[in-house]
Design a protein around this ligand. Sequence first.
Ligand SMILES: Nc1nc2c([nH]c(=O)n2[C@H]2C[C@H](O)[C@@H](COP(=O)(O)OP(=O)(O)OP(=O)(O)O)O2)c(=O)[nH]1
Length: 141
Amino acid sequence: MSSNLLLVVACALVDPDGRVLLAQRPTGKQHAGLWEFPGGKVEPGETPEQALVRELREELGIEPCEQCLQPFAFASEPLESGGHLLMPLFVCRRWDGFIHPAEGQKIVWTRPDQFREYPMPPADKPLAAELRDRLVGARVG
Ligand SMILES: Nc1nc2c([nH]c(=O)n2[C@H]2C[C@H](O)[C@@H](COP(=O)(O)OP(=O)(O)OP(=O)(O)O)O2)c(=O)[nH]1
């Protein structure tokens, strides 16, 4: 893999009412204050699914089963650093445990048709649009 390619995996957690979890980037980090789909960098040796299970456990304290992660879409965005971000988004509707943000970051559950109320980093925006187009009105659960 090219060394300037950053692979970051993200997840749309969808509740039984069709609402999706967004998490606010903490102060002091890149894109602070913006709303993102939870996830993070894929570490060497990990599959995207393993990385996402780890990130959801670390960030939110939940345990999704790998088989419940449905590949959904991906974003491909140039980075200000000159590198390039590749960000696959999975959809997950089932997990164990209760959501408890580890770093105290704010979360919201919002319907995809209300995503525009939450400013997002560049790669999350097209994924939000795709979710809006394909999840709204679709069967949930
Ligand atoms: N979700 C998202 N992440 C982005 C975008 N652009 C961009 O450079 N990133 C970077 C910020 C982070 O370095 C990384 C997301 O992984 P992360 O959530 O584990 O990163 P982090 O800031 O918590 O950790 P770190 O960089 O301090 O190691 O991707 C974007 O448009 N959306």
